[in-house]
Write a protein that binds this ligand. Structure first.
Ligand SMILES: [Zn+2]
Length: 622
């Protein structure tokens, strides 16, 4: 998942996210029916009625099933959209008649059917999207098509997640299908080798533009879906850009880890999500016409997750479960190194990047890193854990595991290059991680450390103690020196577009599910809001006498505040209402400049040259 949009999501969907992770505290644990001798045979039919796309009908036919069994809807480790809320008309039938359904928990049902052959029948009634945008991974339907399957559509048999299944689509005749599920001889029937694959691979249906290309005989397909009359965009450029990204990834890892790959681009949606052999990418038509570079950057990120996250998998992301898995401590690697390589793949492919050079990119990374005190307060593992946690886990701080992980990746890369005299790089670490940790073995941070050490032949124990398991201040110049570089930092006032001091608005609002009051989020305790004694989670009743009910009220209340304005807040404390007056100040942020050392050695210069030449030391040189 791409953090850039995640911030938008956190700010806008935090009320949903808040309890998405642990909707119920007392899950029953031991309901694992064992299916050792008689494996259930599972066939799904997804039925779409194009005259009424407010719902999707699912028929789940199961053979070889005991009289009593459980079905559930899976929780995605990062984005549990809880579509169990939209299950309607749930019925079970057998040859003898109907069975009984008991809802044992929100996403878990016990079925007593008393027959070898059972058909479950339910509808997913899609929620009305009041948000101004749709998340690209969320199931939806429209008269022109939509996205179905995944955790939003399928129930699975609990305890039988290694069983394969077939999915048949009953859709309008003019609609096409794009999915990572395996095509069978039937044009609208697909195979999933396990529940994990069934749940992971969304199914895109409707009328869309479609292109394909092969690299090393591996087919890649791009589809673009739009509900409107599409404006024209440069499809040749889109195709060639995606192809170049795929070629660079294949050069890095040596081969593709999939049989085929589908890039699913959608108009009218934002955000993106990685899957086993596909990506869902929100690509508004305006972005494709005006800023295709942004789409490429997003595709490069999600596509790299095909390796780093989907296969090089954090230990916590295990088999399908209806309970949300534990938060992961390794996202600094899974997301951070994906940020690192998304930038690098584009550079290696000769495509445009947001920052002109690697040095400029590094200046921006370090500037953002130094801007937040969170990285001195919390370890990389702790910030990883907080990535999908409700606001407040980091107290009055906010941090990005994507940023922190990319910074650590850059430094580890320099350490490896120095220790091996330029012969090895992070590329070698990624290949080794893939070899050792795909399949059943999830990794932990210690495994990254040991892999780095085996590549560089050097000791990075203290580095991991300091920055991955600990929260020490990074001495950037110590590591930049390895490539003959050094940096200077200056604190500068942040200015508005008109050149005046910008007000310190390092504050946000959020709501818990089912709460009708607004809470404050503080991103830096040194902001004027933090210094005034506000804390993340405080309930705010009014601003300048205007009562607050929604987050939009809060946005309106602080809109237009300028430096020197006085803001009167009423805060709900357990002891009663507290009044806090704040005078809004300006604020500063660091500016980072990286320069070449005047007296760099030959080795430092050589390492810089190779690093700057897009880092391609291992795979790309004769
Ligand atoms: Zn990501």
């Amino acid at each position: 998942m791409r953090k850039k949009y995640l911030l938008v999501f956190i700010l806008s969907l935090v009320s949903i996210r808040q309890f998405a992770q642990h909707p119920f505290k007392h899950w029953t644990d031991a309901i694992e029916t064992r299916y050792d001798d008689k494996q259930p045979i599972i066939n799904y039919t997804l039925i779409i009625d194009s005259t009424d796309t407010s719902f999707l009908t699912v028929e789940m036919s199961i053979r070889n099933i005991p009289d009593t069994f459980h079905v559930a809807m899976a929780a995605h480790p990062e984005y549990d959209d809880r579509y169990w809320r939209y299950v309607q008309d749930f019925k079970v039938t057998t040859k003898k008649g109907s069975g009984e359904i008991f809802r044992e928990d929100s996403a878990l049902w016990k079925i007593i059917a008393g027959g070898n052959d059972v058909v479950l029948h339910y509808r997913i009634h899609f929620p009305d999207l009041h948000d101004e945008f749709r998340s690209a991974w969320k199931a939806f339907l429209s008269p022109q098509g939509g996205l179905v399957g995944g955790p939003h559509s399928f129930m699975y048999v609990v305890g039988a997640t290694l069983e394969p299944s077939y999915v048949t689509l009953d859709i309008p005749g003019s609609w096409q299908v794009a999915t990572g599920l395996t095509q069978t001889s039937g044009p609208k029937t697909f195979f999933a080798a396990s529940t994990n694959l069934l749940i992971d691979d969304p199914i895109f249906v409707g009328k869309f533009k479609s292109w394909s290309f092969n690299i090393d005989r591996v087919p890649h397909r791009i589809v673009y879906w739009s509900s409107q009359n599409e404006k024209e965009f440069d499809t040749v450029r889109l195709l060639s850009g995606i192809r170049k990204i795929a070629e660079e990834a294949s050069l890095l890892f040596g081969r593709f880890p999939y049989r085929d790959f589908t890039f699913m681009l959608q108009d009218g949606a934002l955000g993106s999500l990685e899957h086993n052999n596909s990506v869902t990418i929100g690509a508004p038509i305006s972005q494709l016409t005006d800023n295709m570079d942004e789409t490429f950057s997003e595709i490069a990120h999600e596509y790299f997750h095909t390796w780093n996250l989907m296969r090089i998998r954090p230990i916590e992301y295990a088999d399908v479960n209806y309970k949300t898995p534990p938060w992961s401590k390794e996202l600094w690697f899974s997301e951070g190194l994906t940020m690192f390589y998304a930038d690098l793949l584009l550079r290696r492919a000769g495509m445009r990047t947001f920052d002109s050079t690697r040095i400029v990119h590094l200046e921006h990374l370090i500037r953002r890193y130094l801007y937040s005190p969170a990285y001195l307060k919390y370890s990389a593992e702790k910030i990883s854990l907080a990535s999908y946690a409700p606001p407040g886990m980091l107290g009055d701080y906010s941090a990005s595991t994507h940023l922190q992980g990319e910074v650590l990746g850059v430094i580890l890369d320099l350490i490896i290059r120095d220790a091996t005299n330029g012969k090895k790089s992070m590329d070698d670490v990624m290949r080794k991680m893939l070899a050792n940790f795909s399949g059943e073995n999830g990794f932990v941070s210690k495994d990254v450390k040991e892999t780095v050490q085996s590549v560089c032949g050097c000791d990075v124990d203290q580095f991991f103690i300091n920055y991955v398991f600990g929260n020490k201040q990074i001495d950037f110049n110590k590591y930049l020196r390895l490539a003959g570089l050094q940096m200077t930092v200056a604190l500068k006032d942040v200015l508005s577009a008109d050149g005046k001091l910008a007000p310190d608005l390092r504050i946000y609002s959020w709501q818990k599910l089912n709460e009708d009051f607004v809470r404050i989020g503080i991103t830096n305790p040194e902001s004027c809001w933090g210094k005034a004694g506000l804390h993340t989670g405080d309930i705010i009743k009014s601003v300048n006498g205007v009562p607050l009910r929604t987050r939009n009220d809060f946005r309106q209340a602080i809109r237009g505040i300028t430096v020197g304005d006085s803001v009167a807040l009423q805060i709900q404390k357990s002891s009663g209402i507290a009044k806090i007056n704040i005078v809004t100040s300006g604020y500063q942020q660091p500016e980072v400049h990286i320069q070449h050392l005047a007296n760099a050695t030959q080795k430092q210069e050589k390492i810089f040259t190779r690093w700057n030449d897009n880092g391609a030391v291992s795979n790309r040189e004769p």
